[in-house]
Write a protein that binds this ligand. Structure first.
Ligand code: P6P
Length: 331
């Protein structure tokens, strides 16, 4: 057997880490893998098929839905519904959560919140985009329909979280609370293969990621930190480099590998920032903390925020421990 370890092998191998594992979480993760391979196929040929561009619909965020947004949403819902381990989903593309009502699904132990295609405004210009997912154990009674409380759980109660990045290569990166591992899709065999075992973000970095077009609307502490990043200081290797793709998964993944800080703060225009707690910030916060980084709203750990609604937004600071702590020192 070659030295390659596939994601499916890894998932089942790690299942043994959980003494009471029944295999349901492993099966759920594999359902996500199947959907991500289908989405990857569609993303890679988007320029050729009539699936580029926008629909004439808007999602609850008031954002125009891209055709691929809708396709990705449908693929993940179908894979999770067919798998039987999930009793309900919440997605950026759906106003409310979707509670499955077939017997098999209602017996499911888990709920999944996901952003099927994050950064989709970049699709038409061929910039990396991604899928983000967050898995919780349901609180409501098994055998019945899921309830909203199943989703309104703090991030620290996540069972697993991850993202798929559709970039120069397609990768799936996930955690179940025992570190972070990255897998690269090998198109020649159609398998995600372990390529980044036990991912850790460097404690220091020289990259800051923020949409500086919002600077005039940011708090003084954020403005002071961005100014700090630009100052000349040999000892702390400043000025840092500004890198902002406008696709959270791509900015996050680059910083995870190289070190850096990603900031989408509160502004006078958006008092809670832009990014959504349930299916963007919490999963990314889980991954970031598991990789040795920090994930803060500026006031508290992102994963300590008590959710009150499905699509709520929170100010978001994710990155290398020493860089996040330096930013927080300006608060
Ligand atoms: P802005 C994409 O729409 C997204 O949700 C994230 O992927 C990205 O980080 C952010 O919004 C970009 O927002 O306001 O800088 O264009």
């Amino acid at each position: 057997m070659s030295g390659v370890k596939t994601l499916s092998e890894f998932i089942y191998e790690r299942q043994e880490d959980f003494p009471f594992a029944t295999g349901d979480l492993s099966n759920l993760l594999n359902d996500i893998v199947i959907a991500s391979k289908i989405v990857n196929r569609e993303v890679n040929k988007a320029g050729l098929a009539d699936i580029l561009g926008a629909t004439n619909q808007e999602n609850i965020q008031g954002e125009t839905q891209q055709k691929l947004d809708v396709l990705a949403d449908e693929q993940f819902i179908a894979a999770l519904k067919n798998g039987g381990e999930v009793c309900a989903i919440a997605s950026e593309e759906n106003d409310d959560y979707v509670a499955f009502n077939d017997q098999k699904s209602m017996a499911g132990k888990y709920v999944v919140a996901f952003d099927p295609l994050d950064g989709s405004s970049n699709i038409d210009v061929n910039v990396s985009i991604g899928t983000i997912f967050s898995i919780y154990r349901r609180l409501s009674e098994a055998g019945k329909q899921a309830e909203e409380k199943d989703f309104l759980q703090k991030g620290e109660r996540q069972i697993a979280a991850g993202y798929v990045i559709y970039g120069s290569s397609t990768m799936l990166v996930y955690t179940t609370g025992r570190g972070v591992n990255g897998f690269t899709l090998d198109p020649s065999i159609g398998e995600f293969c372990l390529s980044h075992p036990d991912l850790k973000i460097p404690k220091n970095g020289k990259i800051y990621s923020m949409n500086e077009g919002n600077m005039a609307y940011c708090s003084e502490s954020i403005q002071q930190y961005i100014t700090y990043c630009k100052e000349v200081d040999k000892e702390t290797k400043r000025p840092y480099s500004a890198r902002y793709i406008g696709s959270m998964v791509a900015d996050f993944h680059r910083n995870m590998i190289k070190g850096g800080i990603f900031i989408y703060p509160e502004t006078s225009k958006a008092p809670n920032g832009k990014l959504r707690l349930l299916y963007e910030c919490n999963p990314m916060a889980f991954l970031m903390e598991q990789a040795g980084g920090l994930a803060s709203t500026g006031d508290k750990r992102i994963m300590e925020v008590e959710p009150t609604e499905l699509h709520q937004r929170v100010p978001t600071i994710l990155g290398s421990k020493n860089m996040v702590n330096k930013l927080l020192s300006f608060y």
